[in-house]
Design a protein around this ligand. Structure first.
Ligand SMILES: Nc1ncnc2c1ncn2[C@@H]1O[C@H](COP(=O)(O)OP(=O)(O)OP(=O)(O)O)[C@@H](O)[C@H]1O
Ligand SMILES: [Mg+2]
Length: 240
């Protein structure tokens, strides 16, 4: 059974087809990269899959539940594109709040906090007010909060924007480690070096998936040397 399965899912905003007959299948333990130009529908697709917005038509199943479904909420983590943290609260208070939302005990939160702040390299900023963190640090805190409850499926919408290269590399090691633990990750990015770490990538354009494959196979099928060139070739092919 696939962790994510959509069937002709659509989201219209007036005349705009933000997501247009999207058919997506993601299996357990995949790190699936959703790529595409600004406005191609990546965030809208994620919002549909988390149940934050309702589809205009079509259906989606996430972790075996037809969405929207309350049953999946405890098993999914979502890091939105706009950093979702409480700016007036400290790093620690944010972690606590998210832990409590997911019903973790204080002990569980405390244990997880140590691991996660170490992972996002914010242990020394535990008592800083979130608004005083740098942009990249806020992003890192948002990622930690999305992972507090050890979700089985993680939606990461541009998680590495503004994160320095060294830490981005650490993040990717971690995402790959999660995949080895059978956690499924659906991630959006505009960085092609990151896309090449994905088990499969899907290229969106105007709300539709115009190509999908393993990064190496996309390069081979377009006869290009880099993923960036592969995408440019596929996008051009789509316009023609
Ligand atoms: N609430 C909304 N009301 C009206 N239009 C919307 C709304 N949300 C998204 N859109 C439109 O839907 C289209 C897809 O937007 P979306 O945010 O999904 O793109 P994206 O692929 O995530 O882009 P980016 O790479 O810039 O994050 C855009 O044209 C956007 O303006
Ligand atoms: Mg987006």
């Amino acid at each position: 059974m696939n962790v994510i399965e959509t069937s002709d899912i659509c989201k219209n905003y007036g005349d705009l087809k933000a997501v247009n007959n999207l058919n997506l299948s993601v299996s357990q333990g995949e790190v699936y990269g959703l790529l595409g130009p600004n406005g191609s529908g990546k965030t809208t697709a994620i919002k549909l899959l988390t149940g934050l917005i309702l589809s205009t038509s079509g259906t989606a199943t996430v972790l075996g539940h037809k969405i929207p479904s309350k049953s999946v909420l405890n098993d999914i983590g979502y890091m939105p594109q706009e950093t979702a943290i409480y700016l007036d609260n400290t790093v620690h208070e944010n972690i606590l709040l998210f832990g409590e939302i997911y019903g973790l005990t204080r002990d569980q939160i405390a244990e997880r906090e140590v691991e996660l702040l170490d992972f996002v390299e914010l242990s020394e900023r535990r008592d800083s007010i979130a608004s005083t963190l740098s942009g990249g640090m806020k992003h890192r805190l948002s990622l930690a909060c999305a992972m507090i409850h050890r979700p089985k499926l993680l939606f990461l919408d541009e998680p590495t924007v503004g994160v320095d290269p060294e830490l981005r590399a650490t993040f990717w090691e971690y995402f790959e480690e999660m995949a080895r633990d059978n956690i499924t990750v659906l991630i959006t990015t505009h960085y092609m070096d990151e896309a090449s770490h994905c088990s499969r990538v899907g290229l969106m354009r105007s709300g539709q998936l115009i190509a999908e494959d393993e990064p190496e196979r996309l390069k081979a099928s377009t006869g290009t040397a880099s993923l960036e060139d592969a995408f440019l070739a596929l996008a051009r092919r789509d316009v023609e």
